[in-house]
Design a protein. Structure first.
Length: 559
């Protein structure tokens, strides 16, 4: 990360510095994050949040939060609340600068009236399909609407009546009057107001006409004194209209907002389309917007990703001018690095196999010292008695030569404890191994005479008598891709049936009984886990955040 968490230099920052050298924006730099409250934010929005707030911080400026709530048919207070929670969680603050496009509905209406009076807008009677047909194609110019030369007076009167609610949805629209032959289709008289008899989550029934996003956005920027309107590449073709609108309404070129586009974030194995994410939620393919398999910020938070790791990831990928696909393993690497430093180590057995230590005294319990985290120190005590649990995969009855865990007649060291030797294998009536009888070397724990005896394998364990039952949720990618990393067009068909595996009978050491939701741990040899909000002292629930294997770092070292 850059010093103090500020955004490192990039082409957007370079443009800001150039503007300042040229004497523009003498009042200071002012950015904004402008989400539409029609869904939960995802990891792509995290990049935009970090960029906009980071640019403001780097330039000693301000960053607004503004909800572009111009489409009441898809908006909800739930989304407004979730967006604010996500931004705060990422570590950013808008202070007292929270705004809504709906704050400006009256001003936006007045701006539209000014355009009509200037002969730069007109009310059109064509239907949406007719407007689309008249617009032309990339190779053919559009055709003028029969209403294009309607008088200013008639358009003003119709626009007033549209506001008064005299017409049904779709009966009229207001269009900017620019150039139907423009090579940029966005300049072929775009619609700037439409009729929608829909209740708005903030203004109620006060309005039945609503501005289009391309009209409301630049004017909201200008009203708030935004200097640099940073948005993703799909808005590049809309920039000419952004500039035309501000120029037509007389905003000074030295103080009005400047739109700059950057490449949006695209991750492998990841959907960053709000429409598709909404489909996953509404069709029940996931448990909700905060399902840990979802790339939403709330989903990443519940999965156990940390704000610092996401900010670090956004810093590392940088700000580009062209779209590219980023390996999701890089994000996982950032999470792993953060948790490696901050997460305490504990022992948990996900698929338990009982071990009876036949030469250990019955009824005895001792407490062995264990390290919490090699990065910042600290120790705890873990109970040890005659019966313990180990991982099923740490025993193999017919083991290959290089299997250095437990096998019949073989020895292994228990982490923080003794060396044990497998003496007998107990099976149930189906032939499944259900219990091991082992002996301990009583002098092999720390400080003992044989503590330094060389044993190739070390495994983790938990005390059977005091272990806590836990539910462990193992998450994998929600989507599967082809050999080239591409998703099929029907993304529902690519849903991974093994994206969630729930282990109901895991065992964890007793120190975790009163752990709080959101606390991170490294389960030794298994990966990094977080306590899920579903947890209670009687029912512990852990989500696997990431495994220990770092494929991205390995590939970087190869390169």
């Amino acid at each position: 990360m850059a010093e103090n968490g500020a955004m490192a230099s990039n082409f957007v920052q370079n443009a800001i510095e150039e503007d300042l050298r040229n004497g523009k924006y003498t009042e200071g730099i002012h950015t904004r994050f402008p989400p539409e409250p029609n869904g939960y934010l995802h990891v792509g929005h995290a990049k935009s949040i970090c960029l906009n707030f980071g640019l403001a911080e780097k330039n000693a400026g301000l960053c607004n939060l503004r909800f572009d709530d111009t489409n009441p048919t898809k908006e909800d207070v739930e989304y407004v609340d979730s967006i604010q929670e996500d931004i705060r969680w990422l570590g950013f603050s808008w202070g007292d600068r929270k705004f809504y496009a709906s704050d400006y509905f009256e001003k936006l209406y007045e701006f539209a009236v000014q355009l009509i009076e200037k002969g730069l807008a007109y009310v059109d009677d064509l239907s949406a399909d007719e407007i689309r047909a008249y617009r032309g194609t990339l190779t053919e110019p559009g055709r003028e609407s029969p209403c294009r030369n309607r008088s200013k007076e008639e358009s003003l009167e119709l626009f007033r009546r549209m506001r008064e609610g005299e017409f049904e949805d779709g009966a009229h629209v207001l269009r900017a009057k620019i150039d139907m032959a423009s090579p940029n289709i966005n300049m072929r008289d775009p619609v700037i107001y439409r009729i929608a008899h829909t209740k708005h989550h903030r203004t109620g029934d006060a309005w039945c006409i609503y501005p289009m996003y391309d009209f409301a956005h630049p004017l909201s920027d200008a009203i708030e004194g935004i200097t640099h309107s940073v948005c993703t590449l799909e808005f590049e073709a809309h920039r000419p209209f952004y500039d035309w609108l501000l120029e037509s309404l007389g905003f000074d070129v030295n103080t009005r907002p400047r739109q700059i586009e950057f490449a949006r974030l695209e991750l492998t194995n990841t959907i960053t389309s709000k429409r598709k994410l909404r489909q996953l939620v509404e069709e029940g393919h996931v448990r909700g917007w905060d399902d840990p398999r979802m790339p939403t910020i709330s989903g990443l938070r519940r999965r156990g990703y940390t704000p610092a790791s996401i900010r670090d990831f956004c810093e590392r990928i940088g700000v580009a001018k062209s779209n590219s696909l980023v390996d999701v393993a890089m994000l996982e690497h950032c999470v792993r690095e953060d948790l490696n430093e901050h997460a305490d180590r504990v022992m948990a057995v996900l698929r338990p196999l009982k071990v009876v230590l036949t030469n250990y005294p019955e009824g005895k319990t001792e407490y062995l010292q264990a390290d919490n985290n090699p990065m910042h120190g600290g120790t705890r005590f873990v109970p040890f008695s005659r019966e313990i649990f180990i991982e099923q995969e740490d025993f193999m009855e017919e083991a290959p030569k290089k299997f250095f865990r437990l096998k019949p007649g073989g020895e292994v060291r228990l982490k923080h404890a003794y060396i044990i030797k497998c003496e007998e294998v107990i099976k149930d009536e189906t032939g499944r191994v259900c219990e091991l009888h082992c002996s301990i070397d009583p002098d092999s724990k720390t400080g003992g005479a044989t503590a330094n005896r060389k044993i190739k394998g070390t495994i983790h364990w938990v005390d059977a008598k005091q272990a806590l039952n836990a539910e462990v949720r193992l998450y994998d990618y929600l989507l599967t891709t082809d050999e080239n990393g591409n998703l099929p067009e029907d993304f529902i068909a690519s849903l991974n049936p093994d994206s969630l595996i729930v282990l109901k009978d895991a065992k964890v050491e007793p120190s975790l009984k009163w752990t709080a939701a959101g606390t991170h741990y490294q389960f030794l040899r298994d990966g990094y886990f977080v306590v899920d909000p579903d947890t209670t002292p009687e029912h512990l629930v852990f989500n696997r955040v990431v495994g220990l294997r770092d494929s991205w770092s390995k590939e970087q070292k190869k390169g």
